[in-house]
Design a protein around this ligand. Structure first.
Ligand code: FB9
Length: 527
């Protein structure tokens, strides 16, 4: 059972009761109790108002306080007045170094600026010396209104009304504020009046209904502390999706809305065959050496796909070119080099999720074959990690999440590719796109996608795309009129832009700020 009141709270109750319902100023109670106003508020007023023993009506006061610089000038006079007094005391023009020595360069600079603006001081250009302005002399010096105003504010406790009454009007105060000599500070005090439950404010407050109280019946007379339904419950720390996964979720929704199905991309270790060879990327392509790709030492190699008919042989033919190559690729002359199965078996960390797309397309071809040549169009996507042995910088790590979409259907054209990309980025809030021809080993034509980002107010490269080459599709056994369009982008770039992350290390990796993850709001994809 919460015991009696703290002395300060009791003193407040006394004052309020004594006022007979009139409002009591919290500043007066604090002064009468000799405690700082903030202590009275934190230790007594908050508790008593929570108990509804008191009603606190906030009263805000605008008080002007002097800055440290303002306080020095209030005491020593404004710089311009100090300068005038110095020149009045000196004989003849004073060189700047002399004045600096006397007043300090800071005061001299400000003083000169103000005094010359007021015509109190003139500079003799040839000799670069300062002297009193016309009409001024040692016994006819201007009044130092600035220092006077500062002192009035200080002595008036900064109360604006009081200051105004003594001639420190709004304009003067603003001028002082502009010179960073005084600033307005709003303080809040309270008008205290009796609360609904002041009657039993002194009675011990029950904070719970205990078994004993029920047995003893003592609950009847007890004053229960009002239940604070607004009290903030304990913050139950729940799980939080990593910011990247929040954005990934949004991209998944976009694809699902567009009728795409998700590819199973849970395979970081891939054979060079599916990551490169199946995509008609030649074995001597620079991206295939360890400068760009992470090769595995164990398991160092994978088996090439068996049971896919002689798919591997056809991939080899496509790379080698010549008769056999032209036969399986509808006439492509291929790369005409000795394709090595050993090279294709090398295990790597996949450099793109396009390897997964290749597997899906080859499976589509197999399904077509087992469906007697009937091809079922497909729209599929993947969002998953890929690894590139790149130079690390603020926006590049050795891994990122690739977002990839592909559509396989009869007689698709570049127009279909641009159309589906427009639909996709429109759902991200970007409807002004530009396509720039580019090159990928596995697509022809290939287009870089650039979008105008309204928030950044600039064009951003937002991805890459293209039509998979027949040298990739035909060896799989896909019908010759089936075209496959695809595009890709990263998950990190949009997430960094969305959440204003400058350095990718703040987003991904051991240095991320978990707080931010918990703080980051749910992601709405529109940028
Ligand atoms: O994500 C990228 N840019 C981007 C995307 C969205 C975005 O949203 C903002 C709110 C507006 C902002 C930026 N890029 C692709 C473009 C560049 O950042 C690029 O410099 C870096 N790229 C990565 C690869 O870096 C080596 C981003 C990554 C990328 C590049 C290409 C593909 C996928 C990811 C692809 C592909 C592809 C092509 C044809 C067929 C199938 C897949």
């Amino acid at each position: 059972m919460a015991s009696g009141l703290a002395p300060l709270a009791s003193a407040v109750l006394d004052a309020v009761t004594a006022a007979g319902g009139e409002a009591v100023a919290s500043t007066d109670v604090a002064a009468s109790q000799g405690v700082p106003h903030s202590v009275l508020v934190d230790t007594a007023l908050k508790t008593l108002s929570a108990r509804e023993a008191l009603t606190l009506t906030p009263v805000s006061h605008e008080a002007w306080v002097l800055t440290a610089e303002g306080a020095t000038y209030a005491a020593a006079g404004s710089p311009e007045a100090q300068l005038v007094r110095h020149l009045a005391a000196a004989t003849g023009g004073q060189s700047l170094p002399n004045v600096d020595a006397a007043l300090g360069a800071g005061v001299r600079k400000i003083g000169m600026q103000q005094a010359m603006r007021l015509g109190w001081v003139v500079m003799d250009r040839p000799t670069k010396t300062l002297a009193l302005g016309a009409g001024l002399s040692a016994d006819a010096l201007p009044t130092d209104d600035v220092a006077a105003a500062l002192n009035t504010l200080r002595d008036g406790g900064g109360d604006a009304a009081a200051a105004a009454a003594t001639g420190v009007d709004e304009a003067t105060r603003k001028a002082l504020q502009k010179r960073k000599l005084a600033t307005p500070k709003t303080t809040k005090t309270f008008a205290i009046t009796p609360g609904a439950r002041i009657a039993d404010a002194r009675r011990p407050q029950a904070t719970e209904l205990s078994r004993e109280m029920l047995d003893s019946g003592s609950w009847r007379g007890a004053a229960f502390k009002p239940y604070n339904f607004a009290a903030k419950g304990k913050d139950v720390a729940g799980g939080h999706l990593h910011t990247l996964l929040k954005v990934r979720e949004q991209f998944r929704l976009i694809f699902l809305e567009m009728g795409f199905s998700e590819m199973d991309s849970a395979r970081y270790v891939e054979s060079s065959f599916w990551n490169f060879d199946a995509l008609f990327q030649p074995q001597q392509h620079p991206a295939r050496d360890e400068h760009d790709t992470f090769f595995l030492s164990s398991p160092a190699t994978a088996t090439l796909p068996e049971g896919a008919g002689d798919y591997v042989a056809r991939v080899k033919a496509a790379h080698c070119g010549g008769e056999a190559g032209a036969a399986v690729t509808g006439g492509s002359r291929g790369y005409r080099y000795a394709w090595s199965a050993a090279e294709a078996r090398k295990n790597i960390l996949r450099t793109h999720t396009t390897a997964v797309t290749a597997r899906m397309l080859q499976r589509l071809a197999a399904d077509t074959a087992s469906a007697g040549g009937v091809f079922t169009p497909a729209k599929m996507f993947s969002i998953d990690r890929v690894f590139r042995n790149e130079t690390l910088d603020a926006t590049h790590l050795a891994e990122f999440h690739q977002i990839e979409g592909m559509v396989a259907d009869h007689n698709l054209s570049l127009g279909h590719l641009k159309g589906v990309i427009h639909t996709f980025f429109k759902k991200m809030g970007m409807d002004r796109l530009r396509f720039k021809p580019t090159h990928n080993p596995y697509t022809e034509p290939s287009l870089e996608v650039h979008a105008f980002h309204p928030g950044l107010n600039k064009w951003v490269e937002v991805g890459n795309s293209g039509m998979f080459r027949p040298e990739m599709l035909l060896p799989m056994g896909l019908p010759p009129d089936v075209r496959v369009i695809a595009w890709g982008l990263s998950l990190e770039r949009p997430t960094m832009i969305k959440y204003g992350v400058q350095n990718i290390r703040d987003l991904f990796g051991h240095k991320i700020d978990l707080e931010a993850i918990q703080r980051n709001p749910i992601c709405r994809i529109t940028f």
